[in-house]
Write a protein that binds this ligand. Structure first.
Ligand SMILES: Cc1cc2nc3c(=O)[nH]c(=O)nc-3n(C[C@H](O)[C@H](O)[C@H](O)COP(=O)(O)OP(=O)(O)OC[C@H]3O[C@@H](n4cnc5c(N)ncnc54)[C@H](O)[C@@H]3O)c2cc1C
Length: 380
């Protein structure tokens, strides 16, 4: 089959329309002031976006990953920060749906249903000041004390944690048995955070350093057992979130192409539109070509995921190519806009700053290359 299904196209159109009317107009101001718009987020979720990847039994739409990726792409065309908050913000509740019966019944309403409704978001806390790519080097510890677990340590660069509607952090911890994911609700004594970190881009998405100082949570809050955590997040969970970030990059690149083309058609130099110049055409052609190639890689990885087939290599390839491509597209867009591209009056300067994070977060480009090399059998 060529292209997307009618249902996927309909969702894409709906999200594009919403993003055009509701998300795009305030994006520059939110970036400038570093503010998150809670009402806008709730409206996005009323449209059904947060619930898309959840199973129907939890009130979700059970959408395939490709459809959700298309939705992320469209939101990110208008505002990459909001797209990031969305997919990061639902991961905690999605993980909870894989919990034990007791965990699901405790978390169904306050966390899972509330996430789908857009009332709450969550944070995923893995990175530490001395352990980023090397997740096995994390030092944050969780120790059992009777029927509680006690968490101590520090995390850094954590998205969403400081938002008013952030209900909990999923914290990757070292345990006596290996690694575990501990759910630490916001407001738990000993769970504190820094003011928002000042960033190059993605300024209306919240990023902070978190501290856990003798933070006590009930035994129920250890997800998947005390030895499952790192494997569940780093070994498998990252593959799908890599496709979400890849989709954000595709969305940003597509927007850069549209805006560059519109500008190049109307901008006159040497008495002709700059689209007539072969060097400008070259940039536009490269953008169009690479966006197509990026979508195909992303879509293949999604198709494998949805067919429940192995897709670690394809997810890494998609993440690597789409995010590096997004960076190149934003760079071309700034170049095509000329001096104006460097000014904050044009959105392309924001896209250029925002997209820079995409080759770092969710595993750097170098880490993706390592994964691809490993999957090719280079280490065996
Ligand atoms: C905007 C933003 C949001 C983020 N949100 C979150 C979040 O919500 N939760 C979270 O836990 N983290 C988050 N992060 C952190 C992100 O996951 C890490 O920054 C990333 O994993 C890289 O880790 P690091 O910064 O420690 O870099 P390092 O691991 O120190 O890497 C530094 C450089 O060394 C290279 N390098 C490291 N190891 C290797 C290797 N084996 N082979 C080749 N090169 C290597 C890297 O590719 C990189 O170029 C976020 C980061 C950003 C920028």
């Amino acid at each position: 089959m060529i292209g997307y299904t009618d249902a996927q196209e309909a969702i894409r159109r709906t999200v594009r329309e919403f993003a055009g009317k509701e998300v795009r107009p305030g994006a520059a101001e939110r970036d400038e002031t570093g503010t998150f718009d809670y009402d806008l987020y709730r409206r996005l979720c009323e449209l059904g976006l947060a619930g898309m990847p959840f199973q129907e039994e939890f009130g979700g739409a059970d959408a395939d990953s490709q459809t959700f990726c298309l939705a992320i792409e469209e939101v990110s065309r208008a505002d990459m920060s909001l797209g990031l908050t969305l997919w990061v913000g639902i991961q905690g509740a999605i993980s909870m749906t894989h919990g034990s019966d007791d965990q699901i019944s405790a978390w169904r309403e306050p966390y899972i249903a509330a996430t789908i409704a857009g009332d709450v978001v969550s944070a995923g806390a893995i990175t530490e000041p001395d352990a980023g790519s090397d997740t096995a080097a994390i030092k944050t510890r969780a120790e059992q004390a009777g029927n509680e677990w006690v968490v101590n340590g520090n995390k850094i660069f954590i998205s969403n944690a400081g938002l008013e509607n952030c209900a909990f952090a999923m914290v990757l911890c070292r345990t006596d048995e290996g690694f575990g994911i501990v759910i630490v609700p916001t407001g738990t004594p000993g769970f504190t955070m820094s003011p928002p970190l000042r960033k190059m881009g993605l300024r209306s998405s919240d990023t902070r350093e978190l501290s856990f100082d003798d933070c006590r949570v009930p035994e129920l809050n250890v997800l998947g057992g005390a030895s499952l955590g790192r494997q569940a997040i780093v070994g498998g969970g990252f593959h799908i979130t890599r496709l979400y970030l890849a989709s954000q990059a595709v969305g940003v690149a597509a927007e850069c192409l549209d805006q560059s083309l519109a500008h190049a058609r109307s901008r006159v130099a040497f008495k002709r539109p700059i689209t007539r110049f072969q060097y400008v055409q070259g940039m536009l052609v490269d953008m169009a070509l690479e966006i197509e190639a990026a979508r195909l890689l992303r879509d293949k990885a999604c198709a494998l995921h949805d067919a429940k087939l192995p897709y670690a290599k394809e997810a890494a390839m998609a993440k690597l190519f789409c995010t590096e491509m997004g960076k190149r597209a934003a760079d071309h867009a700034v170049q095509i806009f000329g001096g104006m591209g460097y000014m904050d009056e044009t959105p392309v300067s924001r896209y250029y700053r925002d997209i820079r994070a995409a080759t770092i977060a969710e595993g750097t480009s170098e880490v993706q290359k390592y994964i691809i090399a490993r999957e090719l059998g280079c280490f065996s």
